[in-house]
Design a protein around this ligand. Sequence first.
Ligand SMILES: [Zn+2]
Length: 265
Amino acid sequence: MIDIGVNLTNKRFDKDLTEVIVRAKNKGVNQLIITGTNVDESKKGVALCQHYQQKFSNTLYTTVGVHPHDADAVTENYLNDLSQLAEQPCVKAIGECGLDFNRNFSTPAQQLKVFEEQMQLAKQLNKPLFLHQRDAFQTWFDALNPFIEQVPAMIAHCFTGNKEELLKCVDVGMYIGITGWVCDERRGVSLQEIINLIPLDRLLVETDAPYLIPRTMHPKPKSNRNEPSYLPFIVDKIANILALAPEELISQTSLNAQQVFDLPS
Ligand SMILES: [Zn+2]
């Protein structure tokens, strides 16, 4: 299994990160893609990949980018910083970037500017885009449309939208990342009902750890911190909905992730 979205630079992993990675590998989660959310976090992501390169070969990769929440805080040089980081072989995508109008931690105008600049960067560097979107679908979709043919791939990470939105994403060939949101017996229901509309060769799985612990875990872990070793709960839920053997879903989603992020197998 490949966890395509995990926030390993979050301080909730500071104390036991090595154990977290070992537990993931013991559950068959062999490759992890760290999510970069701003320049500092992206630097930390790259540093983690380098730190663990010897101990866990071919395991940690990262994205580098600026989350829309952090758009107001970018420096004048942030694109240069991202571009330099992206020279490291462990960097597999630009992002997470996009729009989040849910609470507008950054102004919508600045979010859009920083989103567009990162799409330009992905185009320049020929890297896939790791995308975030919340309460901003139409503006987000209109903004990314001109770049669809200009970047190698787009990944709609932590997809939680509706059927119409999903079909629009699928229609332009986007990859769709599904998290433990799908395991939620209340707010995950609408996602459960449309997951079969994602072509199998566009489906990706992710924990978004430490957030979104799968609510299908019984007994629930003492801590509510999610971690990559819980990815099988998400895989099992999706396999169940799609009436597939988990092994089949695992081999397909792993192949998808290897292709889209250019990972060695
Ligand atoms: Zn996100």
